[in-house]
Design a protein around this ligand. Structure first.
Ligand code: MG
Length: 396
């Protein structure tokens, strides 16, 4: 049996990580429109598709984690266990993840990778090296040769010793172990407070192998790092596309219109097979256009009874998932509603907030405008509404 099918991955996400600034821990901060931890889990799943993934989170972060999970592909979601509650220190949190696996999995894995939630750029090649190294040595960590000279100093800042640089390595994650080996080492190190799992294996008397890490496998710790990570990711999204969408629905009897997922009181409703949200339909088509992936009618045929009366947020969420499945992001959405009534201005920000919730995009990537057609044509005669949208999508 290949080791991949017997592999667990523990994602350590219990830290408060507020050194990066912002109002949420760094692992939940947005990186190109998706939480950092969602990028990390997706990258881990892509690299080791058969592995089950266990995230250890802070007890206060359940809602943040649930939101982040909603950004994952169905395949990655299928490999994700329910999150485990972390403890006060990193060591205790990893231990909690290991004990959860030991207790709840019907068969313990042979190998476990332990990875920082704030390292979203872990590559397939690095994961493969980690698994090979775990198989070979039982305990292995990725490391990079250091280019700066390091000094050990005393509490007054005076140099005590200058270690020889050639023998030093800066250590990253994923750290890779035989499952039984690292579980026993953690249990033996119960009262210690060690900062990485290699140290725990060393303390238990195991020889730890250092294999080649990756310079791009950066850890997001400081505010600066988030900007660096965003630049690094944008540099990989150079296929920049524009899609347009257009939609019309007629007015019929009713007491309000659905626009951008918000019901706005009106003397009429819009008539359609779904909820007739003309704005979300135009935006959805714009995104599908940028992907060259058909249109809303192709993916959700009006002939299919399951979409009768459907909330159009389903269509937009599906288009967003198609962008993420390609490893891309929506950089911007811009839409114009064309109608005499109802007045859109008073509802503009409610609509933008609603679209932000459906798409997971920041508000400043969503523009909603409105105009009349000076009483000309079908919109001018108040027979219906039209909407136009443009989506800017970046793909790898
Ligand atoms: Mg429509």
């Amino acid at each position: 049996m290949p080791i991949h099918s017997q592999c667990a991955i523990i994602v350590v996400a219990a830290g408060r990580g507020l050194r990066a600034g912002g109002d949420v821990p760094k692992q939940y901060a947005a990186l190109c429109g998706r939480p950092v931890i969602a990028h990390t889990i997706e990258a881990l799943h892509t690299g080791v598709p058969d592995a089950r993934i266990v995230c250890v989170i802070h007890p206060d972060d359940a809602a943040l984690f649930a939101t982040a999970s909603s950004f994952l592909s169905p395949k990655a979601t299928a490999k994700l266990d329910a999150p485990v509650q972390g403890r006060a220190t990193r060591q205790q949190s990893v231990r909690a993840g290991l004990e959860y696996i030991a207790r709840h999995w019907s068969e313990p894995p042979s190998a476990v990778l332990i990875h920082d939630a704030a390292r979203p750029f872990v590559s397939k090649a690095l994961l493969a090296r980690a698994l090979d190294a775990a198989l070979e040595s039982g305990a292995a960590v990725p490391g990079l040769a250091v280019t700066d000279t390091l000094k050990q100093v005393d509490d007054k800042g005076h140099v005590v010793v200058t270690p020889e640089r050639a023998s030093l390595r800066a250590v990253q994650t994923p750290q890779a172990f035989g499952f039984d080996l690292i579980l026993a080492a953690h249990r033996a190190a119960d009262m210690d407070n060690l900062t990485d799992d290699a140290a725990i294996a060393e303390k238990a008397g195991h020889q730890v192998l250092v294999f080649e890490g990756e310079g791009t496998n950066m850890k997001i710790t400081l505010a600066d790092d988030l900007a660096k990570a965003e630049n690094h990711m944008l540099a990989t999204l150079q296929d920049i596309r524009t899609g347009q969408g257009y939609d019309v629905h007629a007015f019929g009897p009713g007491d309000g219109v659905w626009l951008g997922g918000v019901k706005i009181p009106h003397t009429h409703a819009l008539v359609g097979h779904s909820d007739a949200d003309v704005l979300l339909h135009a935006i959805t088509d714009a995104i599908l256009g940028a992907l060259a992936d058909g249109d809303i009618g192709a993916h959700f045929p009006p002939s299919d009874p399951q979409w009768r009366g459907a909330a159009s947020s389903v269509f937009l969420a599906d288009a967003m998932a198609r962008v993420r499945a390609k490893g891309g992001m929506v950089a911007h959405l811009d839409a114009t509603l064309i109608c005499e009534m109802p007045k859109i201005g008073p509802h503009r920000d409610t609509i933008r907030t609603s679209i932000a919730q459906i798409t997971g995009l920041e508000l400043d990537r969503i523009a909603i405008k409105a105009t009349t057609s000076e009483q000309l044509g079908f919109t001018g005669r108040r027979e219906g509404m039209a909407a136009m949208a443009i989506a800017t999508v970046r793909l790898p």
